[in-house]
Design a protein around this ligand. Sequence first.
Ligand SMILES: NC(=O)c1ccc[n+]([C@@H]2O[C@H](COP(=O)([O-])OP(=O)(O)OC[C@H]3O[C@@H](n4cnc5c(N)ncnc54)[C@H](OP(=O)(O)O)[C@@H]3O)[C@@H](O)[C@H]2O)c1
Length: 380
Amino acid sequence: MISDDFRSSLSSQPTKLLVTGGTGFLGGAIMARLLETPLWENSRFLVRGATAAVGAERLRETLRKFAVDEAKIAKLQVDQVICGDLADVQSFENDPRLGSVDVVINSAAVTSFGKHPQIWPVNSEGTAAFAAAVHKHGNLRRFVQVGTAMAVGPRPENPVLEIAEPGVDVRHLVDYTASKIEGERRLRALPGLPLVVTRPSIVVGHSKLGCAPSGSIFWVFRMGMKMRAFMCPLDAHIDVIPVDYAAEAVIHLALKPALAHDLYHISAGPLGSCSFREIDHAVAPVMKRLPISDFRHLPYEGFVAMQGQFKEFFGPCNRRLMLLAIKLYGGFAGLGMVFDNTRLLAEGVRPAPRFDSYAALCQQTSMGISIADQMLPDFK
Ligand SMILES: NC(=O)c1ccc[n+]([C@@H]2O[C@H](COP(=O)([O-])OP(=O)(O)OC[C@H]3O[C@@H](n4cnc5c(N)ncnc54)[C@H](OP(=O)(O)O)[C@@H]3O)[C@@H](O)[C@H]2O)c1
């Protein structure tokens, strides 16, 4: 994906990168990838933490989850860390290091599907305030906003195209997607901001590490397979990409000297998306069982009726949280949305590995954790 030619052009380019969200799933994968490139020395990381040393230690912990060896982790210097909270941009906007940044990758967001009080202050107001704080210095060549493909709401077309403005009356299943699209609107309203919006589809696992870095969303598939039922048919397709692919694609779009568009899906697309049946076939051997043959496509009420069996399916769990999870994630799966990736591929990004090529690895690396525990970070 990052070709050798491109790689060498990067090393001769004094790009000063600022990455946010480095302690998160995607931001961590971006950091792990940057460590392999000459860009690392000139990269800075905006992190929440009382001191830069605390922030650096949080980033090191994240790199360990991505199996980065200690010798490489030692390359992270404390002066690469800018302490900052996107809900309080004023507290760090005068840091002189912001003035030399020419490319920003903004991966930080409150990603909870719950009612988190910081969702709007961070994903909407804070994101725009942060972009304005870096942009005012006049050195910014590109501000890459990591959005989310789901933020356009249900669409009549499938695959879904990159739509800049889906309309203010979009029906959002969660505040998270509503706040993300509002964040994009506010960024577009900033005069002269060299904005490129990247919208990943559904990021699940890592193509080589499975769920070791994070089990985010993988528990949804485990849940459906355990109940042999979900809010979509077994042959419905789902647009899933691994985090390492998402990271490479974001970096590619951040650094490619010229881009044809200012809005991209980072997705598996219609050719690379798998059906739930294909995913089940991939995972069944690890579970030492046959593929599911008696799957039921049920409405939400069917799961409400089933809640007495949740303990048997999932072990000790909070029934209300399980039902909320089924409602929200089942609601997204039920939309059957696949996201067009023509623009992405045309920029030289390779197609994503299919989810059924690494779903078994995700299952293997989830063996030691219950479904109820694996889902908790997504509702923090
Ligand atoms: N995962 C997916 O399936 C998916 C799909 C599409 C789009 N995306 C987008 O990808 C981006 C990264 O998602 P992710 O899965 O990596 O999320 P994540 O694991 O929840 O990480 C979120 C990151 O944002 C940081 N953050 C949260 N609030 C902050 C604040 N007030 N100030 C500064 N940093 C803050 C977190 O820092 P702390 O460690 O300090 O909390 C963390 O580093 C998000 O923009 C998300 O919308 C994700």
